[in-house]
Design a protein around this ligand. Structure first.
Ligand code: ZN
Length: 55
């Protein structure tokens, strides 16, 4: 199941990253890390998007 939401373009370096290739980090700001993760650019480390994971 793929779609346009599964690819992110980095605002910092312009690299396009597939969701499966993005670095995953815990969110900042107190969101539950079991439910939310921050996807980061594997090239420069900039934050791409905060996504809901798990159930
Ligand atoms: Zn980048």
């Amino acid at each position: 199941m793929t779609g346009p939401d599964d690819t992110y373009t980095c605002d910092a370096c312009g690299s396009t990253t597939d969701r499966s290739e993005a670095l995953r980090r815990e969110t900042m700001g107190g969101l539950d890390p079991d439910r939310w993760q921050t996807l980061c650019c594997p090239d420069c480390g900039a934050r791409l998007k905060t996504v809901l994971v798990g159930e």
